[in-house]
Design a protein around this ligand. Structure first.
Ligand code: BGC
Length: 755
């Protein structure tokens, strides 16, 4: 039986039919640059290779048959940028390509410990000349502007000429929209225009500018060649710049070429500085060489694993799957406070590179409890968008407050379909929820004073704009909850509960600031013109929130009207998933059918508000009518199944979640990985099997060992402590690895931890 690699994802035989999916799975990134796993040589296996810069986008006009107030005029999408991966190998006049010749000993590997991608193979040309090829590729965590390829070629049975054509290509385009609304953009195709090129023996340079978003990109290619017997030429055809190496190759003597490609993006006015910066990076890379960056890469990744690794003894595929997911999250997340993590990370063009609520409810908790410094950058990002959110609230005709966009890169709302976009006001509450969690877990009061309070207050105001009091209860109408198969409803339970939580947090934060930082509190109030009366209304609304409930059945309806609708015919739609691409939305909205966890998610996030019996009844009901057409669903069902003691179900949902991309279960991994689900798989282990809850500033665990496992282990960073939790049959061990003593709870009993 084949042994599963626990620290890498491996393709043992080249499989043409999986090329596009593998472009995603073998993608590399560092949160700034992301590049798909396409081969260095030109290949024709039906993929769509791409390289992306986080936050680098262009606009396109949105067109509506009927346009109303507040509909966005424009959307924006992450651009596919200058391509620097191509290296063609010519052996005595014949080009290396996997379409031709004979392949032996093929192996491609994404190495989670080294943070690189490797490919090795032996290839025999039609003329019978055989070479050993050893590729390594990395996108550097040490130098964020750097992608570097290292290629070794060894002639195995011949002497003769080998030519290498290494290209920097400025003619790139995005995938255009076809049938699936989740994939492709409405660009014209020439958004990133090359404005200037430069080519000499040391480097190739392509400067490009976006058509409408006033962004520029400077891309440089250089080389480090170990071979003296080598002639170098340059060649340019339109926007393709080439260095051509002619080498007199000798049998069994390895030729080594490193190809650094430097990307520096900039606001248009900073062109000169960006160019100088890129030149400096290239110079440093040429001096230090590939080995230096490879070592630094491993060091960076080792630190990440030291904080976050999850160990599972009992199922290698799951062990591999969870590490694969965590590694992709690290590769995808923006770490500069100006960028975030998109639904597909930097691995593909699905959802146009947009950031969603996925960040706050799924992904941020993973970073918060493992690498809080990264979590800080994600909360900073929301602060940096606060002005845009205020602007959006005005566009939507609200007098006060801030409304965060449903989907965005630069802070502007990009959702053209308001029922499943703008109407998801819960994004404000999700951000507030996570900011509160961030502040508790990091005790970063500076953030509350400088940024957090302003976000909490401005976003809280919006509930008072859209909600109203009716018979002393606070109602919120015409919103869409997380479940996108029910839209524009009144009193969605998730939204109302999260809004009430948000209003209360805002009220309590105001009280805390007033007491501990009175001067800053006064400054914020003056800055946003906030009155004491307004703050009082937050508490009032929060405490009188209206939550629909069906007394007869003892169930929460997802919203006011949910139980008045007929059930969906699941038999009829058996082969039509996801429903969203087979049915008109109204036909879905009229029925009781859920795309994803909604009420069940509320019962996880605000667990303390519900009794176990209630959770069980709701779970039993909603499970039957949820399609899990969104990849954000199964992990939440897994967590709640664990809490309710449905251990087999918990495991099944978890399995589905943990290998969604590796096994392409949603059949759309070619458009990019599902980052929220990847983090959701981690949540399923820590909050699900580990039973972790954070309540009132305390960590509580009620672990369960799945019957298929002998042991599992995970690490949590909380209030400056690093805690390792090990769960075995009949035994849970907590070890305080770093930080001062702390009290935690294990199955409701206190445990004092000290090192
Ligand atoms: C889900 C949303 C999610 C989006 C991006 C959709 O399928 O329904 O909840 O935000 O994907 O991941």
């Amino acid at each position: 039986m084949n042994k599963t690699n626990l620290w890498s994802f491996v393709e043992k035989e080249f499989d043409q039919s999986k090329y596009a999916v593998n472009e995603t799975l073998f993608a590399l990134g560092n949160g700034y640059i992301g590049t798909r796993g396409g081969f260095e040589e030109a290949s024709h296996f039906g993929g769509h290779d791409g390289t992306f810069i986080n936050g680098f986008y262009d606009y396109y006009d949105l067109s509506y048959g009927e346009k109303y107030q507040g509909y966005p005029d424009k959307s924006h999408a992450m651009l596919n940028v200058t391509s620097g991966k191509n290296v063609e190998i010519d052996i005595k006049g014949e080009k290396f390509n996997l379409n031709n010749g004979k392949i032996r000993d093929y192996k491609r590997e994404l190495d989670f410990k080294k943070g690189i991608m490797k490919r090795t193979l032996k290839w025999m040309s039609n003329q019978g000349d055989e070479i050993l090829l050893e590729y390594e590729r990395l996108v550097s965590f040490y130098e964020k502007h750097l992608m570097i390829i290292n290629l070794k070629i060894t002639p195995l049975n011949f002497d003769g000429e080998i030519k290498l054509y290494s290209t920097l290509d400025g003619d790139v385009h995005n995938i255009l929209k076809e049938d699936d609304p989740r994939i492709g953009v409405e660009f014209e195709g020439d958004e990133l225009k090359v404005t200037q090129t430069e080519l000499d023996h040391e480097k190739a340079v392509i400067h490009s500018k976006t058509k409408a978003s006033s962004l520029g990109l400077c891309c440089l290619m250089g080389h480090i060649m170990n071979e003296d017997m080598c002639d170098i030429h340059t060649h340019q055809q339109n926007n393709q710049l080439q260095h051509i190496f002619s080498i007199r190759a000798v049998k069994n003597k390895t030729i080594e070429l490193s190809k650094p490609v430097i990307y520096v993006s900039y606001p248009i006015s900073m062109e000169e500085q960006a160019y100088l910066q890129a030149l400096a990076v290239l110079k440093a890379v040429i001096e230090k060489g590939y080995a230096f960056y490879r070592i630094e890469q491993e060091k960076y990744v080792a630190k990440f694993w030291d904080n976050s690794d999850v160990f599972i003894d009992g199922d290698d595929k799951i062990q591999q799957g969870i590490r694969f997911n965590m590694f992709h999250l690290l590769q995808s997340v923006g770490k500069d406070g100006l960028t975030n993590i998109s639904a597909k990370g930097l691995t593909g063009e699905g959802y146009e590179g947009h950031y969603f609520w996925d960040t706050e409810i799924y992904i941020l908790p993973f970073f918060l409890y493992t690498n809080p410094a990264i979590a800080k950058k994600l909360v900073d990002y929301r602060y940096n968008l606060l002005d845009q959110a205020r602007k959006r609230a005005k566009e939507m005709q609200y007098d006060k407050g801030a409304l965060y966009p449903w989907r965005t890169i630069n802070g502007e709302e990009c959702s053209a379909y308001f029922p499943a976009g703008t109407a998801q006001y819960h994004i404000n509450a999700d951000i507030a929820y996570t900011i509160s969690k961030y502040m508790t877990a990091t005790e970063d009061e500076g953030f509350l004073v400088e940024k957090g309070a302003e976000i909490l207050f401005e976003t809280a105001r919006l509930w008072m704009e859209i909600g109203h009091f009716n018979q002393d209860r606070f109602h919120i109408c015409c919103v869409t909850g997380p479940d996108e198969y029910t839209a524009v409803v009144n009193n969605n339970v998730y939204t109302n509960l999260m809004a009430a939580n948000h209003l209360k947090e805002a009220y309590l934060s105001a009280a805390k600031l007033k007491e501990t930082y009175p001067k800053d509190y006064q400054n914020i109030k003056e800055k946003i013109n906030l009155s004491d009366e307004e703050i009082e209304t937050w508490l009032e609304a929060s405490e009188s929130i209206y939550i629909p409930y069906d007394e007869e059945r003892g169930l929460y309806p997802q919203d006011d009207s949910f139980f008045k609708k007929p059930l969906w015919d699941f038999e009829e739609s058996r082969d039509k998933h996801p429903l969203l691409i087979h049915y008109h939305p109204l036909n879905i909205y009229r029925k009781q059918v859920c795309k994803q966890a909604d009420l069940i998610l509320a019962e996880f996030l605000l667990s303390h508000l519900f009794s176990q019996d209630q959770k069980k009844r709701d779970y039993d009901y909603y499970e039957k009518i949820t399609t899990h057409d969104s990849s954000l669903s199964t992990c939440i069902f897994s967590i709640m199944a664990n809490e309710l003691g449905y251990y087999d179900k918990a495991y099944d949902y978890f399995i589905h979640s943990v290998r969604t991309d590796m096994d392409n279960t949603h059949k759309n991994t070619s458009a990019g990985v599902h980052t929220a689900n990847m983090a959701g798989a981690w949540l399923s282990i820590v909050f699900g099997f580990g039973g972790m809850r954070e309540e009132n500033g305390e960590l509580k665990f009620s672990p369960h060992l799945p019957k298929h496992w002998k042991e599992y282990k995970f690490r949590i960073t909380y209030k400056g402590r690093k805690i390792e939790v090990t769960v075995k049959q009949g035994e849970t061990t907590f070890a305080l690895l770093e930080g001062k003593p702390i009290t935690i709870y294990h199955n409701h009993q206190t445990v004092e931890l000290s090192q």
